[in-house]
Ligand binder design. Structure first.
Ligand SMILES: [Zn+2]
Length: 680
C-alpha cells in the first residue's frame, strides 16, 4: 500500500457528539440554531493563546478516560465505535437469513460470523489448520528450499524479510509492477531492537519470553527460540532502512530487470522466489531499499537453516496468534497490546468478534452499511465542499510569492486533474469465490488471506483499475492516491463531529473541510509534489522553485522536531513531514474556502463565537483525544502522523488568521511574521 498516504488511523468508542437528527431532547426554541461546537468540551481555565488544544477540548479529555481496552481514545475512535454498532446490527440480521446462496455477501457474512461465535469449536480446533504450514517448514533442508518455502508461505501471510508485492508503477501509473520492500521485524520498527533505554530493554526481554511461551503452548520444542529470534531480528533491524528514508519516492524507486537484481545477489534467488509467489511473469521490478537487499544477501547464509526455520514457525504463529484459541489470543494480547501499547484489558469477546468480521469482510459489510446509513444529501454537500476547496487552492497557488509562473502553471494543471470519490465504490470487489464455512473459523481466516493475496497477484499484467477503493466505506478515514491523483472519503467519516449537512458552515469547514484540504495537499506535499497530473513520478518543478519548496518544508520539519511528547522523546519532524504539510495546507485552504462562503452570509455568532473562532474550534474538535504513554511512544516511532495535540497546534502557530481570531499575537500560540511558515 505504498501508494497511499492515509490521513489518520481510526479506531474505537463512545460518542459525545450530538447531531440535530439524533438529539431528541433538543430544546424546541433552539430548533433553528445551527449546531456548533460542544461548549462543554472547553476548559476555560486554560487560555486559548497558551495552549489552544487544551483550551478547546481540555474538558473532554478530563471526562473521557481511555477505556481499559484501548491504547488511545480520540474522535476517530468514538465515531468508529458508532459505526461498529451499526455493523453489529447487520451481523445480527444476517443470522436470520435462511440458506443464503453460497458465495453471496450474506452467506459470507453469516457463516463467517457464526464461525467466530463458535468459541468451543475454535478452541477445540486450536491451530490444526496451521499444521500443513508447519510440515512445510519442517521439510526445509537447505537454503534453496528455505527460500522457496518462505516465498510460498507469503500467500498465507507468513512474514519474512523479503517483501515482494504487486503495486502500481510510480513512473507509469496505468500499469502494475512487482516491488521489493523490506520486512521481517515482528516489533514493527527497528528502534525497538536497537534503541538504548530501560523501556526498550524491557520490551526486548518481554518479547523473548513471549516467543518462548508461544512455542511452549504449541508444544514445539525449539530451544531458546526467543533469544535466537530476537538476535536474528536485531540483525535484520541493523540493515533496515529508517521510515523517513522509506518515505522518499526518489530513494525507493530503483527499477531494474529481474535478471539484473538476481545477478546482484549471490544468495537470494529472486527468480525462484518470484516463481513460488506466482509472479514469474515479472521481467522487471522496482527495488525500494537497495542496500537492505545487498546486506540481507550477505546476512542470509550467516544464519543457520535451523534458525531460519524457527524464525518462520514464529512468524506463522505471530500472523495467526489473534485467531487461534483463547489461550493464544490472550498471550498475543498480553504482549502486543499490553506491553507495546499499554492497553490494560482485552476487549470483550463480542467486540473482538465484531472487529475481526468487520476487518475481514469489510467490503461486503460496507455495502450493507451504506445502503442503510449514507444519505444522498451528504454526497451532494461533499461535492460542493470539495469544489470550494479546489477553487480556494487555485487562488492560493496563483498568489504564492515563493513560486514562479511556470511551476504555478503545472501546479494548476495538477490541481485541475484531481478526481474524487465519496461514500462507497461504484463497483464492488467480488468475494463470491471465497470458501467460508460456519464451523471452521481459522480456516476462514486463512481463506480470506489467500483471496487477498491472489487478488494482488492477479493485478500483474493488468491495467490499473481506477475505480478501485483502498478503504472500506465504513472506515473513519480518508486518503489521497498519488497514482490516481485522487482524494477519497468513505461514508464512515462523513458524520459528526467531522461533518453534517445541517451543521454550522464553520464547523464543517474546520472539520471535514480541513480533511479535504489535507488530502488535496498530499498531492503537493514533499513526496506528492514529485508526481504529476497523471499520477506519474515526474519532476514538473523549476530548479529554483524546488529549492525554495525544500527550504520551506525543512523549516516545518524543524518546527515539529522541537515537540517533546514524552521525556526525551520527540516528534520525528522528517517522518511526519508529509502529514504536517498536509495539515498546514489543509487548514489554510479550508479557511480560505469558508471565507468565500461567509462573504455572502451573515455570521450567526453561535455561543458568542465568531465564525473564525468556530472554525478553529471545529479543527481542535476532530483531533480531541487521550493517549497512553506506551501507545504514544509506539506512534512516534511508527506513525507518519504527528500526535493529536501537535496536529492541532502545529499549523495554528503559522496562521495569522488564528492570531486575529483569538488575539494571540505575541503569545506561545503565535510566531512572528518572519518566522511563520506558509507553503500552500
Ligand atoms: Zn494525510
Amino acid at each position: 500500500m505504498k501508494q497511499l498516504v492515509l490521513m489518520g488511523l481510526g479506531v474505537v468508542l463512545l460518542t459525545q457528539c450530538k447531531s440535530p437528527s439524533t438529539n431528541e431532547n433538543q430544546d424546541e426554541t433552539m430548533e433553528n440554531k445551527p449546531v456548533a461546537f460542544e461548549l462543554s468540551n472547553i476548559d476555560s481555565s486554560i487560555a486559548p493563546c497558551d495552549n489552544f488544544y487544551k483550551y478547546a477540548i481540555g474538558n473532554w479529555q478530563k471526562e473521557n478516560e481511555i477505556p481499559g481496552t484501548e491504547g488511545r481514545w480520540m474522535s476517530f475512535d468514538v465515531l468508529a465505535k458508532d459505526n461498529e454498532a451499526k455493523i453489529q446490527e447487520i451481523l445480527d440480521e444476517s443470522l436470520n437469513a435462511e440458506n443464503p446462496e453460497k458465495g453471496s455477501n450474506i452467506q459470507l457474512i453469516k457463516d463467517f460470523y457464526l464461525s467466530a461465535l463458535d468459541t468451543n469449536g475454535r478452541n477445540a480446533a486450536s491451530f490444526k489448520a496451521l499444521m500443513p504450514f508447519l510440515d512445510e517448514i519442517d521439510a526445509v533442508e537447505d537454503y534453496v528450499s528455505l527460500q522457496k518455502t518462505m516465498a510460498k508461505l507469503k500467500r498465507y501471510r507468513v512474514g519474512s524479510p523479503i517483501g515482494f508485492y504487486v503495486g502500481v508503477d510510480d513512473m507509469n501509473s496505468d500499469e502494475h509492477i512487482v516491488s521489493a520492500s523490506q520486512g521481517g521485524l515482528t516489533l514493527g520498527d527497528k528502534s525497538y531492537y536497537l534503541k538504548e533505554g530501560e523501556k526498550y530493554v524491557s520490551i526486548r526481554e518481554k518479547y523473548v519470553e513471549h516467543v518462548n511461551k508461544i512455542f511452549s503452548m504449541a508444544t514445539i520444542d525449539e530451544q531458546n527460540a526467543g533469544e535466537r529470534i530476537l538476535a536474528m531480528e536485531t540483525k535484520i533491524a541493523q540493515i533496515s532502512w529508517d521510515r523517513k528514508d522509506l518515505r522518499d519516492a526518489d530513494k525507493t524507486y530503483n527499477k531494474m530487470t529481474v535478471e539484473k537484481f538476481d545477478s546482484d545477489l549471490d544468495n537470494i534467488d529472486v527468480a525462484s522466489i518470484l516463481s513460488e509467489m506466482g509472479l514469474s511473469a515479472a521481467e522487471e521490478l522496482v527495488v525500494g531499499p537497495v542496500s537492505f537487499y545487498t546486506e540481507l544477501d550477505a546476512l542470509f547464509p550467516t544464519i543457520s537453516v535451523a534458525d531460519w526455520k524457527s524464525y518462520m514457525k514464529w512468524h506463522l504463529f505471530s500472523a495467526y496468534g489473534n485467531h487461534i484459541d483463547d489461550n493464544f489470543q490472550k498471550a498475543s494480547f498480553e504482549f502486543f497490546s499490553k506491553e507495546i501499547r499499554g492497553v490494560e484489558e482485552m476487549r470483550p469477546r463480542q467486540e473482538r468478534i465484531l472487529k475481526t468480521v468487520n476487518g475481514s469482510l469489510g467490503e461486503p459489510l460496507g455495502k450493507l452499511f451504506v445502503e442503510k446509513h449514507f444519505p444522498k444529501e451528504s454526497k451532494d454537500y461533499m461535492v460542493e465542499l470539495i469544489e470550494n476547496l479546489r477553487s480556494a487552492y487555485a487562488r492560493s497557488i496563483q498568489g504564492l510569492t515563493w513560486m514562479g509562473d511556470s511551476t504555478k502553471e503545472k501546479a494548476m494543471k495538477k490541481l485541475k486533474s484531481f478526481t474524487y470519490k465519496i461514500g462507497y465504490p461504484d463497483k464492488w470487489k467480488d468475494y463470491s469465490q471465497v470458501d467460508i464455512s460456519a464451523d471452521n473459523y481459522l480456516q476462514n481466516i486463512i481463506n480470506l488471506g489467500v483471496w487477498r493475496y491472489d487478488y494482488m497477484v492477479s493485478k500483474l499484467g493488468k491495467p490499473v483499475d481506477r475505480d478501485e477503493w483502498y478503504m472500506t466505506p465504513q472506515m473513519v478515514n480518508a486518503y489521497y492516491s498519488r497514482a490516481n491523483n485522487e482524494i477519497v472519503f468513505p461514508a464512515g467519516i462523513l458524520q459528526p463531529p467531522f461533518f453534517h449537512p445541517t451543521f454550522d458552515h464553520a464547523i464543517n469547514y474546520g472539520g471535514i473541510g480541513a480533511v479535504i484540504g489535507h488530502e488535496f495537499s498530499h498531492g503537493f506535499d514533499d513526496q506528492g509534489a514529485k508526481y504529476d497530473w497523471d499520477g506519474n513520478k515526474n519532476n514538473w518543478w523549476t530548479k529554483e522553485d524546488e529549492e525554495r519548496f525544500k527550504e520551506l518544508t525543512s523549516k516545518l520539519a524543524e518546527q515539529y522536531s522541537t515537540y517533546e511528547v514524552l521525556p526525551g522523546e520527540f516528534v520525528n519532524g522528517e517522518l511526519t513531514l508529509g502529514e504536517n504539510i498536509a495539515d498546514l495546507g489543509g487548514l489554510t485552504l479550508a479557511y480560505m474556502a469558508l471565507e468565500d462562503v461567509m462573504k455572502n452570509e451573515e455570521d450567526p455568532m453561535v455561543d458568542g463565537f465568531t465564525w473564525q473562532q468556530r472554525f478553529f474550534l471545529g479543527w481542535a474538535n476532530v483531533w480531541k483525544g487521550n493517549i497512553r504513554d506506551e501507545a504514544l511512544r509506539n506512534r512516534i516511532l511508527t506513525d507518519p502522523h504527528s500526535p493529536g495535540e501537535q496536529r492541532v497546534i502545529g499549523p495554528l502557530v503559522n496562521l495569522p488568521q488564528f492570531d486575529e481570531a483569538f488575539g494571540c499575537a505575541g503569545t506561545k500560540m503565535s510566531k512572528s511574521d518572519t518566522a511563520r511558515i506558509k507553503i500552500w
